[in-house]
Design a protein around this ligand. Structure first.
Ligand SMILES: Nc1ncnc2c1ncn2[C@@H]1O[C@H](COP(=O)(O)OP(=O)(O)O)[C@@H](O)[C@H]1O
Ligand code: SF4
Ligand SMILES: [Mg+2]
Length: 386
């Protein structure tokens, strides 16, 4: 993005960073929130296990979809990566540099390189500020651009980039529609020419008719500016067409991660199968043919998560082992990983070739699924006990 009044060049990438180094590397990250008994002594009595040993990396220019029901830890993980939180353990690397525990001053350049787009475009925009301030302030404060004219020109250019009228710089957020407000949020995120944009449910609060416009805008901007995205959503439908890869989270853990096309065509994890069954298909015949899997019960508390597989109290395929041993993340080839003792539709060859992935949590078991699970469809259920 080369523009008049553009921000100064980004700081040099860390040693070891090159085009092959993933932009984001999340390595066995935990983010717990301590619950304290603050009455007499400030001691920790329990913890919310919001993110619990999660590993993945994101390549430059990639869109990484992060999907799961509300409360499964998507926003917390996003905030850990952005270093808005101090991770409990594990390592986060950005552009090759370890940023896990870097201090405020060192975080400053990162605040430019990583930007966030929020779910509720109204709540995330200060209602008392005009667009020129909302989009222009970060340019002045973090971008170091001085002079009203330069800032104004840059804000107008950004508004045009996101499909808004550049003449509207003096308007307040309430003078825009929901979709337009989200465009202002996108302009603000773009202002400092970031490398990474974390879009946390960016269209969940918008009318369905407007959702596609914002998604298309994000798609266009990615191509134009070579952006890398983490795209958070609570259903698989929203991220389908934008994601290169998708990770499905449940109660702080990654259940399945895969190239997007592969995940939608051949889901392995029962939780993914259930989430996919909830997406409406435009063709009524196909919709009628597909059984909707209704998950009963709520997501359990992350304060005391279920033993074994965290999904087992709600899983239609669960057997005894599921409540006892946490299933490891198994690599079935082509970057398709799933953590389940009774995987859905995995061929005998893929099962035989499956290996425990380095991404598997330290607390997980070390035995991949039994060979008798090969080729079992959803309707077949798990292999019978012998
Ligand atoms: N600051 C916090 N203190 C304590 N618990 C939190 C905090 N932030 C989030 N949580 C809890 O962590 C879990 C994951 O939340 P969140 O990351 O917001 O999920 P999601 O974005 O997937 O809906 C939830 O149980 C939530 O209540
Ligand atoms: S391990 Fe068991 S409970 Fe967990 S998803 Fe697989 S079948 Fe269901
Ligand atoms: Mg959230």
């Amino acid at each position: 993005m080369s523009t008049p009044g553009a921000t100064p060049a980004a700081p040099a990438p860390a040693a070891g960073s090159d085009d092959q180094t993933p932009l984001v590397q999340v390595d066995h990250v935990k983010q717990y929130f301590p619950i304290k008994d603050g009455l007499l002594i400030d001691r920790e009595v329990a913890a919310v296990h919001a993110v619990d040993d999660v590993t993945f990396s994101i390549g430059r220019g990639e869109t990484f979809g992060l999907v799961g029901e509300s409360g499964c830890g998507k926003s917390t993980l996003s905030r850990s990566i952005m270093r808005l939180l101090d991770p409990t353990s594990g390592t986060i690397r950005f552009d090759g540099a370890d940023i896990t525990h870097i201090k405020q001053k060192a975080l400053r350049p990162l605040r430019r390189d990583m930007q966030m787009i929020f779910q509720d475009p109204y709540a995330s925009l200060n209602p008392r500020k005009r667009v020129i301030q909302i989009v222009g302030d970060p340019i002045k404060i973090l971008g170091g651009v001085r002079g009203g004219k330069a800032v104004k020109a840059r804000v107008q250019e950004l508004l045009a980039t996101v499909g808004l009228n550049p003449e509207h710089i003096n308007r307040y957020p309430h003078e825009f529609s929901g979709g337009q407000r989200q465009r202002i949020g996108v302009a603000r995120a773009l202002a400092l020419e970031p490398k990474l944009i974390v879009a946390d449910e960016p269209v969940s609060a918008l009318d369905v008719s407007v959702q596609a416009q914002i998604i298309n805008l994000l798609d266009d901007l990615q191509e134009k500016f070579g952006l890398t995205y983490i795209f958070v959503a609570h259903d698989l439908g929203v991220v389908r067409h934008v994601s290169d890869r998708v990770a499905v989270m449940y109660l702080g853990k990654i259940m399945e991660v895969s190239p997007a096309d592969e995940l939608y065509a051949r889901p392995i994890h029962p939780y993914t199968v259930a989430l996919l069954s909830a997406i409406p298909i435009p063709d009524p015949h196909t919709q009628a043919a597909r059984e909707r899997i209704v998950l009963t019960g709520d997501v359990p508390s992350p304060i005391d998560p279920p033993k074994g597989c965290r999904f087992h109290p709600r899983c239609p395929r669960a057997t005894d082992v599921c409540g006892q041993v946490e299933p490891p993340l198994v690599d079935y080839g082509s970057g398709h990983l799933a953590a389940c003792h009774h995987p859905v539709g995995v061929s005998a060859e893929a099962l035989a070739a499956g290996t425990i992935a380095p991404e598997s949590p330290a607390s997980a078991g070390t035995a991949p699924p039994d060979a008798r699970e090969a080729g079992r469809s959803w309707d077949d259920g798990p292999a019978p006990l012998v």
